[in-house]
Design a protein around this ligand. Structure first.
Ligand SMILES: Nc1nc2c(ncn2[C@@H]2O[C@H](COP(=O)(O)OP(=O)(O)OP(=O)(O)O)[C@@H](O)[C@H]2O)c(=O)[nH]1
Ligand SMILES: [Mg+2]
Length: 284
């Protein structure tokens, strides 16, 4: 098993910050990575968000196993009672769905204000999620101005300001970053696979080997076809199949690990979901 370092000391501070953001809004947009619909959920998400209405967005759906993703969407709808949608950065129609769902989720709160004799105001919304899940991409699409920085590295986003998305929605232009807190090292490993963990926190080779093990059970044919290998899913076999040799005729597993992770993250090997199906087991 790959070992992923995480830092309990950072978590209290990150949680406090998140709670402050959540207190400012009527609705939270929780962004998950569609390739790891379970592993990208924060273990204490309920404690963190309380009863706050929530829209769950499974982003990077373009990289995920479509059939399994549909099951996950149904599962989360039933489990949470909140709306759940798939989205991806290259499509624009998901934005109108997000807008409509947010307005719907905020309505009871706004109605309550009106009932108290206050004027209706736009729903207040924040986007939260683990690093690199696509928070900034979604914010950018919502404000359509490309003002928020979008970056490939974990932890790019900083400052904070409200943006009027439309007359009914005000969005915090800074996302809430959910920290890595994962006693479950298998889940943490999957977060590393999708590049949601700082590169300093793990060894590429370990994580790539674990990824290949998962793919061997779940999607063996795609890997065999893509790398032109047989039953041996080791980094060594893949290195040898490309003749990537370093000194003493050893297979170049360092280079191969980087390649495998890069290929997987770009969706070149195939569209996968790494987490086990949850359909049978609805109440955990
Ligand atoms: N294929 C694919 N790539 C996406 C999608 N959404 C975002 N990305 C890419 O994923 C990377 C991270 O996206 P961001 O929007 O910066 O993610 P973030 O959650 O704001 O990341 P941090 O600010 O680092 O926490 C970028 O390279 C995006 O282009 C998607 O739906 N599909
Ligand atoms: Mg960002």
């Amino acid at each position: 098993m790959a070992h992923i370092h995480w830092y309990p000391g950072h978590i209290a501070k990150a949680e406090k910050k998140l709670k402050e953001l959540v207190n400012l809004v009527d609705v939270v947009i929780e962004v998950l990575d569609a390739r790891i619909p379970e592993s990208s959920v924060y273990p204490d998400i309920k404690k963190l968000l309380g009863e706050k209405p929530r829209l769950i967005v499974l982003n990077k759906a373009d990289l995920a196993d479509e059939t399994k993703l549909k099951n996950w969407i149904d599962f989360y709808k039933k489990q949470t009672g909140f709306p759940v949608i798939a989205s991806c950065v290259s499509k624009n129609n998901d934005i109108s769905i997000i807008v409509n769902k947010v307005i719907e989720l905020a309505k009871p709160k706004i109605d309550k204000l009106v009932a108290k004799g206050l004027l209706p105001r736009p729903a207040r919304v924040v986007v939260v999620g683990m690093p690199n899940v696509g928070k900034s991409s979604i914010i950018n699409k919502l404000i359509k101005k490309g003002k928020t920085k979008v970056g490939a590295k974990a932890g790019v986003t900083r400052q904070q300001q409200w943006v009027r998305v439309n007359p009914k929605i005000d969005l915090l232009d800074t996302p809430g970053i959910i920290p890595l807190k994962q006693e479950d090292q298998f889940k943490a490993g999957k977060l590393a696979m999708v590049n949601s963990v700082s590169e300093n926190a793990y060894e590429n080779e370990e994580v790539a080997r674990e990824l290949l093990e998962i793919l061997k059970t779940k999607y063996p044919q795609a890997v065999k076809d893509y790398y032109n290998i047989d039953e041996d899913f080791s980094l060594e076999a893949i290195a040898l199949s490309r003749n990537w040799i370093v000194k003493n005729s050893q297979p170049d597993t360092v280079r191969t690990a980087v390649m495998v992770l890069t290929d997987f993250r770009a969706g070149r090997i195939g569209k996968f979901i790494l987490d086990d199906d949850k359909i049978e087991n609805q109440d955990s």
